[in-house]
Write a protein that binds this ligand. Structure first.
Ligand code: C5P
Length: 488
């Protein structure tokens, strides 16, 4: 997309700002997307003041940091509001004032709430990548899904809006990539594709991103000891090594690779030499082939940030995204946002602390799900965790747990909400294989929750909903029914 936008004719308006005055003739789809980006950027440029309303996950935080910085650079006063989800309870955080409300990473699926909140077309714009549910008012919006861009997150679109506001915002490319990776946009193809890939190219050109095209498809390449990294790998599942750090360690020792540096610190993948990496990858490939498994998913792209300190979670996109998720999911999205804006002092120290906490609770949740076991229906497996774990992390636990359970049945975790005893939060996860066979969790939750007077949304692969507590008993059967219909 960026490469296309670069070819757009740029002129300067009377304030000396870059404005787009024409689009290249490269097909209606791209043109429509560019036009929507341009229209939203134009609305922002014309605003006296802006309130950015964003989501608390990594994509939402990265989106907010991109937009708030780009808007402030335009000389427009900007404030931000983070919500864990747009629902009637959280709408009260959206101010009723004269600022332009820029909803990002949310809003498309909740346009009725914007309308009920008294926002007219002139008061709000939407930058989103969730399935839209239009209401009476046609809000100005840019949504990648409307243009066939299914692997582009909100931070990616926010980045294009920002670079449309001013070309120098290419400096924000790492945040665009972090949001996309945090929202699993690189998962299916082991790398970013389409417009999101153009953001990577911008970062590479600017020197802010080091793009490794055939890296090891594992999480923790910049911070975890390599044997730990390998043992956590479940995509691909490496026979004997996955879930077995002890064996992973002896596997590396047998390759004569020093696992610690001279001061005793465990070495991380990023600091392995090319020869060491080759030896590990070929050893794992042999292991997979010997067990009759494909090596297709052994490689994935990694996006490193050379300006960040080595061996820190800021050093690559997926670990950076986890850090932001940790801040947001534990109700401190502003700490994540401060890190995105460059704070490497107190905000970063707080974020690291949250990351440690986040990891330990997720481990506890995954263990809890394993210990309690899920209830299996014909097309669904589910568990109610009550009030043991916060609603903001159950979806993450569901995703991790699914990789250890029957992958053919989507997993659903239900939990209570601390601030609303009448409601139950539902999180669902499936995988690409089931999505390619027709499973669509967004659709399933939207239908089933509407039937019981709740509301849901999200994506085919990951979705959430809020339902009345009185309906929780029957809810799993309703979801199971829709999943059965999708499987038929
Ligand atoms: O909360 P959870 O992580 O399970 O949400 C999964 C996805 O579903 C997210 O993209 C979230 O924004 C979306 N969602 C939604 N409407 C809800 C709950 C979640 O669109 N009521």
């Amino acid at each position: 997309m960026r490469s296309i936008l670069r070819r757009v004719t740029i002129s300067r308006n009377f304030r000396g700002r870059a404005v787009f005055i024409g689009f290249p003739r490269t097909g209606t789809e791209t043109m429509g997307f560019s036009a929507d980006i341009d229209a939203v950027a134009g609305r922002i440029r014309d605003a006296e003041a802006v309130t950015v309303v964003s989501h608390i996950d990594a994509d939402g935080i990265a989106s907010e940091a991109i937009l708030a910085q780009a808007i402030a650079q335009e000389g427009i006063p900007v404030t931000s509001v983070f919500v864990r989800q747009l629902e009637p309870l959280t709408m009260r955080h959206v101010p009723i004032d004269d600022t332009l409300k820029v909803f990002v990473d949310l809003g498309a699926g909740q346009q009725n709430l914007l309308e009920e909140h008294g926002l007219y077309e002139r008061d709000a714009v939407i930058i989103d990548h969730h399935v839209a549910q239009p209401a009476g008012i046609a809000y100005q919006q840019v949504n990648g899904l409307d243009h066939g861009h299914t692997k582009l997150s909100a931070a990616g679109i926010a980045y294009f809006v920002a670079t449309c506001l001013d070309d120098t915002n290419v400096r924000l490319a790492p945040l665009g990539v972090i949001g996309n990776v945090g929202d699993m946009m690189a998962r299916e193809h082991c790398g970013l594709v389409g417009p999101a890939r153009d953001i990577v190219s911008d970062g590479v050109r600017e020197g802010t991103i080091r793009h490794v095209e055939r890296d090891l498809n594992c999480y923790g390449l910049s911070t975890r000891p390599v044997h730990v990294c390998l043992s956590y790998c479940d995509d691909p599942y490496i026979p004997r090594i996955s879930n077995n750090a002890q064996y992973a360690r002896s596997f590396l020792e047998n390759l004569d690779i020093p696992l610690r540096e001279h001061a005793g610190r465990w070495r991380v993948w990023e600091e392995f030499s090319i020869d060491e990496r080759r030896a590990v990858i070929s050893g794992i490939a042999q292991q997979l082939i010997a067990h009759g498994q494909s090596v297709d998913r052994l490689f994935a792209e990694t996006y490193y940030f050379p300006d960040e300190a080595e061996q820190t979670p800021l050093r690559n996109a997926s670990e950076y995204a986890t850090l932001l998720n940790a801040c947001g999911r534990w109700a401190q999205p502003r700490i994540g946002s401060a890190v995105c804006r460059g704070d490497r002092g107190s905000a970063y120290r707080d974020a690291e602390q949250m990351l440690r906490h986040h990891r330990s609770i997720i481990r506890e949740l995954v263990q809890f799900i394993a210990d309690k076991g899920v209830t299996e229906l014909s097309h669904l497996q589910y568990l109610h965790v009550g009030d043991r774990f916060p609603d903001t992390i159950v979806g993450i636990g569901a995703g991790i747990s699914l990789s250890k359970l029957n992958w053919r049945k989507p997993i659903m975790i239900l939990c209570y909400l601390p601030d609303d005893p009448e409601l139950v939060k539902v999180s669902m996860r499936t995988n690409e294989r089931m999505v390619s066979r027709g499973i669509d969790l967004q659709h399933a939750l939207q239908i089933a929750s509407a039937e019981v007077g709740g509301a849901g949304g999200g994506h085919a692969i990951a979705a959430g909903a809020y339902i009345p507590k009185v309906a929780e008993q029957e809810f799993a059967d309703r979801v199971n029914r829709v999943l059965r219909e999708q499987s038929a």
